[in-house]
Design a protein around this ligand. Structure first.
Ligand code: MG
Length: 356
């Protein structure tokens, strides 16, 4: 970015432009800290950090509008932070919550958000233990912005998962489920359909009616992930494909693990109404954000068992093995339905603004 440039909406959209801002500016000032306690440091740019065996995450939520089909900013804020802690293999144990409220927000709407946050905390079995409230003048917040931070702990389920991976893989010594753990041969599993959240928010932003109900998938996934680790195991890497969608998450895996990933288009679950809406609007569903899905790298020996486990859960009933890790090339490629191959590059940014 040159000196006369300014922040644009793309700087918050989870693709190349945001990654460049983080790498060239934020890491330049905050990175490079030498501290043996920082097991997963800032530079890893994983879903959360690990400090002294505690997983730590902070995430602000500025979705517009604050209520959308299938969810609201409160449910999103709780789920987003919980899921980022959970995908490292940790169990979230306490959250903080900071509100920035806009002058004019109806108290009844604030209360609706609080009730939704409480409900989401109950589903996830996690509590809010501290927080803060500020108010700003009427402007463009759209009602409120919420920051939720949290900590998570190691669990027996994580240890069991890691010991299963060690059994099948020589020289595996990772202590957490990290984007950098993939090896050729691993299978890529997606827990369900893509694009639902982004399109649900877009329909609320634009007052669009796609002819059928598209609802956000926003939900906390920590219970599902802990059961998956403890009852099946064999998971090496895991992400929630939020801003920038599946395309961005797979490119993160590929870049950090220094491997190629081949995806099979016909295996990627997309709801018919989401596919139709994407076609109508010229959007690529691979680049649209999700808030209730996980994409994971799994040992090939455990892939079928993981898939069957997921298919027997409500959150994962549409799961599929969508591809595999390869050393045949670098980056992410997709075998298309019509028989060709195309590169899935990292998007510039999520095509839909302010979805989280
Ligand atoms: Mg994440």
């Amino acid at each position: 970015m040159k000196r006369n440039e300014h922040i644009t909406m793309l700087h918050g959209a989870g693709g190349i432009v945001m990654h460049d801002l983080v790498k060239n500016y934020i890491l330049k000032y905050f990175g490079g800290v030498e501290n043996a306690d920082f097991e997963v440091p800032l530079e890893a740019l994983d879903d959360a950090a690990v400090v002294s065996d505690i997983v730590l995450k902070s995430d602000s939520h500025a979705v517009k509008p604050i209520f959308f089909p299938g969810g609201d900013i409160g449910r999103l804020a709780i789920s987003g932070t919980i899921n980022d802690i959970a995908v490292l293999g940790a169990e979230p144990c306490a959250l903080t919550c900071s509100f920035i409220l806009e002058e004019g927000l109806a108290i009844s709407n604030f209360e609706r958000i609080l009730a939704s946050m409480k409900q989401t905390c109950l589903e996830a079995n996690v509590s809010i233990v501290t927080g803060d409230t500020k108010v700003v003048e009427k402007g463009s917040l759209g009602g409120c912005v919420i920051n939720v931070s949290g900590i998570g702990r190691r669990t027996e389920a994580l240890e069991k998962n890691l010991s299963i991976v060690k059994h099948f893989r020589d020289n595996f010594n990772a202590r957490w489920i990290l984007d950098s753990n993939l090896k050729p041969g691993d299978k890529i599993i997606l827990s369900g359909t893509i694009g639902d959240h982004g399109l649900a928010v877009l329909s609320a932003q634009e007052g669009l009616n796609f002819g059928s109900n598209i609802k956000s998938d926003v939900k906390p996934l920590n219970n599902l992930i802990q059961r998956l680790l403890g009852e099946v195991g064999g998971i090496v890497a895991m992400k929630d494909p939020t801003r920038g969608g599946l395309a961005d998450a797979l490119n993160e895996f590929s870049e950090k693990s220094k491997v190629g990933i081949l995806i099979h288009e016909e295996k990627v679950p997309i709801k018919d109404n989401v596919r139709a809406a994407c076609e109508m609007l010229g959007l690529d569903p691979f680049e649209v954000g999700n808030e209730g899905k996980i994409v994971m790298g799994v040992l090939k020996e455990k892939a079928e068992a993981v898939l069957q486990f997921l298919k027997n859960t409500k959150e994962g009933e549409e799961a599929e093995i969508i591809g595999e890790v390869t050393e045949a090339f670098n980056g992410v490629a997709m075998q298309t339905i019509i028989g060709g191959k195309r590169i899935i590059s990292r998007p510039l940014g999520d095509p839909i603004p302010r979805i989280c």
